[in-house]
Write a protein that binds this ligand. Structure first.
Ligand code: ZN
Length: 299
């Protein structure tokens, strides 16, 4: 009897111990006129929780047009904040709290269209590194792209933000040692998605991990950044412009891509802890071959 009791206590202790190590994550979402923010956020929640590494709360902002005055997330209760949000700029109090959270070492992940909003918040522009649309131009910083084996910082005047029709595309890692991408196939096929181009922003303390080639409306094609990191104070930010979720429950196939899910999981762990402990998955896509995780988890 004593032995059984000991085993039960040991199991409880062990399970609490494992639980305590999970990365406490908050997804900020609730406004985005061009995307199905609810479905996208629920997909992100499933991907993270199914990995066994994260616990996730979804914090929904007031709806579009409603007052943001009482929206004051308690960021400091979390290790990681995921931004899946395309709405109005937060209140000054929420902005200050978030700046403090990140500069004190909080982790941040920024998904797809979340590089578009809050262009009038300079610190947010610094955290995301590169943004698009909402009147962004040369005053916000350079275009950044890859050409002839090096990064080009292009300060020429012009608009920011382009995407064409959705299509599958090839992602090429331009850094292969950073923990987020180390060991992954450096060239892989991403499933049908909306590919952003002509981003511009402060681009400070930034490390671009991967590009994809896109031709914009002026007929000029470039290798455009799609995955990158930004250091902000002691905080770490991972940005993935992959992961469009359309205005319909059937339209989050871009997030079903194994490449999206695995880079999200690795980027999220890195942003929260500075390291990546995950193994290289056998189902990761390769050159010319995409793979899907329709169940939002490793097969
Ligand atoms: Zn989109």
């Amino acid at each position: 009897m004593k032995k059984i009791l000991f085993i039960i206590i040991a199991m409880l202790f062990f399970s609490f111990g494992v639980e305590a190590k999970k990365i406490k994550t908050m997804i900020v979402t609730g406004q985005d006129g061009s995307h199905w923010w609810k479905g996208g956020s629920e997909a992100i929640e499933m991907i993270l929780e199914n990995s066994g590494l994260f616990t996730v709360d979804i914090l929904v902002t007031p709806a579009t047009g409603e007052s943001m005055e009482n929206y004051r997330p308690d960021f400091k209760k979390y290790d990681l904040v995921i931004i899946n949000y395309g709405g109005v700029t937060w209140t000054e109090q929420a902005r200050k709290n978030f700046e403090k959270f990140v500069s004190n070492g909080g982790g941040v992940v920024v998904i797809h269209s979340s590089i578009i909003p809050m262009e009038d918040w300079p610190e947010y522009n610094k955290m995301v590194g590169l943004g698009a649309w909402n009147g962004r131009n040369e005053k916000f910083g350079p275009y950044v792209y890859w050409k002839n084996d090096r990064w080009v910082y292009d300060y020429s005047p012009g608009w920011a933000g382009y995407h064409g029709l959705q299509h599958p595309f090839t992602v090429v890692h331009r850094d292969t040692v950073h923990p987020i991408v180390n060991g992954l196939p450096p060239v892989w096929e991403h499933f049908k998605d909306e590919l952003y181009a002509r981003l511009r922003g402060p681009a400070q303390n930034m490390k671009i991990l991967a590009t994809a080639y896109e031709t914009a409306s002026d007929g000029v094609g470039r290798d455009e950044p799609v995955l990158w990191t930004v250091n902000y104070g002691k905080g770490k930010v991972f940005v993935s412009v992959l992961g469009h979720a359309g205005n319909d429950p059937e339209l989050r196939y871009s997030m079903e891509c194994t490449g999206f899910q695995v880079t999200l999981l690795r980027g999220a762990e890195w942003a929260a802890t500075g390291t990546v402990t995950q193994e290289i998955p056998k189902d990761f896509p390769s050159k010319g071959v995409y793979t899907l995780r329709k169940e939002w988890k490793s097969p």
